[in-house]
Design a protein around this ligand. Structure first.
Ligand code: NAP
Length: 293
């Protein structure tokens, strides 16, 4: 598939944030990117290839390599900041009113930018939600972040968030979601749809299949992949996008993987494909605790 066709597919497969911003439904994760100096050039090239193709959402966090990932992202997007929808995350212990300002400032410095497009609370800690929301709203008012959201929040957490002042300004919730881990479909995914808040799917490739080997070996998935002249992981990635309310952020430190992931935007799964995938990887029959890495 040529570059133009891939970019077109990414422009067509979008997710809309509550403020109306439309984003390509496949972005780029960066966990472990920046950890190994010998891979630096390859990782920068991979992120830039993703940008070139139109995977403009880049997700990082102060946690990743304790700032090394943000630093590498900063280098990769130098001179290209306006093309990027830049996402970072604060540790829960930095989610208090004062500490969040410092944490954000440090992330901005490492990323070489003066504002984030989206700032997430990485997971819930001891700081009351109302205080974190106030901190996020202040960062927004100061122009340090354009919008904020959360990560690893289950349905009850989202309900609680909606009950605090300005809590419903939350732009997204980033949670683990892949074909082999469908627990959020029990009620969280519907909650998001009902509130018009998209989900960001992390580990959408089950970490290259290592969290669920069947994503590489399952016969039904393999057959569907063959039909689409694709790899099983590309089908798994395309599958995460089927509701139109999920933005997936696969991580790829190699340009060839980035290209394969971008191509997944062009895969149209037929109703019979989805039915067979449901049989091979059934959805949840009951509430399960949120899958978290
Ligand atoms: P993932 O994206 O499911 O999988 C990444 C792994 O898959 C890497 O080993 C990568 O290899 C490989 N890969 C990528 N594309 C591939 C392809 N087309 N074919 C074969 N292998 C491929 O796992 P993840 O990194 O856990 O999740 C993605 C992102 O979500 C993270 O990087 C991070 O930004 C975010 N995340 C957030 C949280 C949270 O708590 N909010 C938790 C986990 C992750 P190469 O790198 O060698 O290309």
């Amino acid at each position: 598939m040529d570059q133009q066709a891939i970019s077109k597919a990414l422009q067509q497969q979008t997710v809309t944030l509550p403020d109306g911003t439309r984003l390509p439904a496949i972005g780029q994760g960066t966990w472990n990117i920046g950890d190994d100096p010998s891979r630096k050039n390859q990782e920068i090239a991979a992120l830039r290839r993703g940008l070139e193709l139109g995977m403009t959402v880049i997700d990082t966090a102060e946690m990743y390599g304790e700032g090394k990932s943000e630093q590498l992202v900063g280098e990769a997007i130098q001179g290209k900041r306006e093309q990027v929808f830049l996402v970072s995350k604060a540790y829960p212990q930095n989610a208090g009113l004062e500490r969040i300002k410092k944490a954000c400032e440090n992330s901005l410095k490492r990323l070489g930018t003066d504002s984030l497009d989206l700032y997430l609370l990485h997971w819930r800690g001891r700081v009351p939600l109302a205080e974190t929301v106030e901190g996020m709203e202040q960062l927004k008012a100061e122009g340090k972040i354009k919008r904020w959201g959360v990560s690893n929040f289950d349905t009850a957490d989202m309900e609680e968030l909606w009950s605090v002042p300005n809590g419903s300004n939350c732009a997204t919730n980033q949670v683990l979601y892949h074909l082999g881990s469908r627990g959020i479909e029990y009620d969280l995914k519907d909650w998001h749809k009902a509130h018009s808040v998209p989900i960001m799917a992390y580990s959408p490739l089950a970490q290259g299949g290592s969290l669920r080997r069947e994503l590489l070996t399952n016969a039904a998935l393999k057959k569907i992949a063959d039909k689409h002249h694709a790899a099983p992981l590309q089908i798994a990635l395309a599958w995460t996008l089927r509701s139109g309310n999920v933005l997936a952020i696969p991580k790829a430190g190699q340009a060839a993987h980035v290209e394969a992931n971008a191509q997944a935007a062009a895969i149209e799964l037929a109703p019979e494909d989805l039915k067979q995938l449901d049989q091979a990887f059934p959805g949840p029959g009951h509430k399960t605790p949120l899958d978290i890495i």
